[in-house]
Write a protein that binds this ligand. Structure first.
Ligand SMILES: [Zn+2]
Length: 455
């Protein structure tokens, strides 16, 4: 929300609102301070990580990270409307993967917009004679994750860290930045690239869904039904592969060396499946079995297991990106205070909404008085946030969520049946019936017309 948004809310609540210009001026003033505070805070977290390593008896410099970027506009939208990529601002977040908290340890922001409306395309962006926060030229590619990751990771390397594992999306080139930096800094540790398990499962699902041989095998009458069923089968199989993998990892206490020997979930899977009916069964020939095996190997093959061996995902960096989105909504573009907003969002992701507001207020010279009403309310906010976070981890919550999804899928299949079923078909003209029956199988149709002729 910008200053005009806040004004609208206050005025609609019958409360006198401060002027837009006044609010903008104070926002401009605190922008830099917030950035400084958050950068210092992330540096503290990095120092703490070294201490944690020491206490665990690991080499101090080793670090596991995950990274993901987000943009103010989708990278591939609006093709034709703009000659460049439509995004003009980007944030690249690096999250530590060593503690349960998964804190953000570095943020790189790129901004192509000049808040004074000037064109800096012919100037050196670092030496421009303008007080705006633009730090990327219009002609450069904003979707270059490797550059952002390199900038972010070089900070870690310059502080003496050595990246051990880096988890990214399958299509990201950020790990190349890590490799490059490791050789530049003569690091003894070669960074290992791991793929985010959630993106991987999603790609797996799409792969199964596209498989035409498997689609033709689905036990359903019409083409549409088979396509519907393969979609569910793909969801089920990709989740099953992931579950098998996780269960195997649990069996060997996270020891990857013994994992490949053990696998297998004990309970019958199909009874618990939320996507497929209990009666679902495939009768496969040998050739068809090998096709199915290929599909499974896409996720559980030896190479693929190696690349997901820690079961890490980029869930946290995506969560941070959602929090950033809250401070930098798609509907508004904040060309001037973009950096400050992104940093305040990261601070909120690291410390929770209450604590972060108190720390940021202190840093800009307007501390929240201890014991005041505002202080109490912020503490309450913080507590609600933490309780909610805990609640989301409970098995009860997860089970509930699964149950809801199951009900939805059942409702969908039932509803489809209702939609297809029509009363009084016999009384309608033959031509009409033929049109209605166009999507059912031919055999069915013939039997039906024969019956109709007889009567
Ligand atoms: Zn400018």
């Amino acid at each position: 929300m910008g200053s005009s948004g806040l004004r609208t809310i206050l005025l609609r609540g019958n409360i006198p609102a401060p002027s837009t210009k006044g609010m903008q001026n104070s926002a401009n003033k605190v922008n830099e301070k917030i950035e400084i505070q958050n950068v210092a805070d992330m540096a503290d977290i990095r120092t703490e990580l070294k201490t944690i390593n020491k206490m665990r008896g690991h080499p101090e410099s080793h670090i596991d990270v995950e990274g993901d970027g987000c943009y103010n506009n989708p990278l591939y939208s609006g093709i034709g409307k703009t000659p460049f990529q439509p995004a003009t601002q980007s944030c690249y977040v690096v999250v530590e993967n060593m503690t349960d908290k998964k804190l953000v340890i570095n943020l790189v922001t790129k901004n192509k917009l000049c808040s004074h409306g000037k064109d800096h395309s012919n100037e050196n962006i670092n030496k421009k004679n303008c007080k705006c926060t633009q730090n990327l030229q219009m002609v450069e590619s904003i979707g270059n994750e490797q550059r952002s990751a390199s900038e972010s990771l070089s900070k870690l390397y310059s502080e003496g860290f050595e990246v051990r594992h880096i988890t990214t999306d399958p299509d990201s080139s950020a790990y190349r930045a890590a490799e490059q930096l490791a050789s530049n800094y003569n690091s003894k540790v070669t960074p290992e690239h791991l793929i985010d398990t959630r993106h991987f499962s999603d790609n797996h699902r799409k792969q199964i869904k596209k498989n035409e041989i498997l689609t033709s095998l689905m036990p359903a009458r019409t083409k549409k039904q088979r396509e519907d069923l393969i979609g569910r089968f793909a969801l089920d199989l990709s989740q099953r592969c992931h579950a098998e993998y996780k269960s195997a990892l649990k069996h060997c206490d996270g020891n990857f060396q013994t994992l490949q020997k053990k696998a297998g979930i004990e309970d019958p899977w199909i009874n618990k499946s939320i996507y497929l009916p209990k009666t679902f069964k495939l009768n496969l020939t040998l050739k068809q079995q090998s096709e199915l095996r290929k599909c499974i190997n896409y996720r559980l093959g030896p190479k693929e297991l190696e690349r997901t061996k820690l079961g890490t995902n980029t869930q946290k960096s995506e969560c941070v990106n959602r929090i950033i989105r809250r401070s930098l909504p798609r509907s508004n573009t904040f060309s001037k205070n973009f950096q400050g907003r992104a940093n305040s969002a990261v601070s909120s992701a690291n410390h929770g909404p209450g604590e972060s507001v108190m720390a940021l207020c202190l840093s800009v010279g307007a501390p929240v008085t201890a014991g005041s009403k505002v202080h109490t309310h912020l503490q309450q906010e913080q507590k609600i946030y933490e309780n909610h976070k805990q609640y989301k981890k409970l098995p009860k919550y997860m089970k509930n969520r699964k149950q809801k999804a199951k009900i939805k899928f059942e409702l969908y299949s039932k509803n489809q049946e209702v939609n297809k079923y029509e009363k009084g078909m016999l009384l309608k003209s033959q031509k009409n019936i033929r049109q209605k029956m166009a999507d059912t199988t031919r055999g069915d149709h013939e039997a039906y017309t024969k019956k109709a002729k007889k009567s």
